[in-house]
Design a protein around this ligand. Sequence first.
Ligand code: JB8
Length: 287
Amino acid sequence: MKLDIVTIFPEYFAPLDISLLGKARRAGLLDVRVHDLRDWTHDRHRTVDDTPYGGGPGMVMKPDPWGEALDTLVPPTTPTAEPDPEPGTDESGAREFGAGAAPATVPRLIIPTPSGRPFTQADAVRYAAEPWLVFACGRYEGIDTRVAEEARTRMPVDEVSLGDFVLAGGEVAVLVMVEAIGRLLPGVLGNADSVADDSFAPGAMESLLEGPVYTKPPVWRERPVPDILLSGHHGAIARWRRDEALRRTARHRPELLSHLAPEALDKHDRAVLREAGFPVDGEGMAD
Ligand code: JB8
């Protein structure tokens, strides 16, 4: 997978040289290229921002450096013969973008912004299956809206938010997404099971939060590991872990339980949740 990252702070991405993703890069599983947006400016001060039309606080990123950056990284597709009458779709309609007969050479452009749709684990899974992603890191009050508009005529563009909080720019959001995506790539994680068991892995544990984990020693500062985990009764251990996951989810993320399909919770699950004081559908209302 190839990742292009455009930013005015390339040094933010030093962490991608180390740990899991650094190893993935050295193994050739991940090709990350970080680009300085100011390389596409032409004035002495390498200006990337300007005052907002309509007034208001702060500055806005100028469209020109972004336009040139994207033209360089994603060369406008050369029409092979006559211009495509229906832009973005070939004769078969099989591909959304890219005019010629060549294999998909158009990336997805991902722009972090507090006004984007939420980035989720399902997005990380989808993105991990793509061959090429381009990330645009905004700063100040964001990037002139016309950049994303024009890019959409040439490639899929996703504006995404990490959550209901505001960062100073897109760099940290991109680091987060690259880590979430990178650890899903085949061969990147040592233990393939640790991906499937994640709290938010689609299908895993029906999207409950994970419960507590323990390792040696069996007693630490007078705190013992729960006996059940040392019992060797795998069925009972699985049931205990599910109970703990249900209690933790009810406490920290009750909305995850409300959104579960009714058949996702059996009678035992409902009893555990009732005990935890969580109102289980069809119960707690009657009588
Ligand atoms: C300027 O909170 B965020 C975020 C905040 C930003 C920009 C991009 C993303 C650009 N502020 O996800």
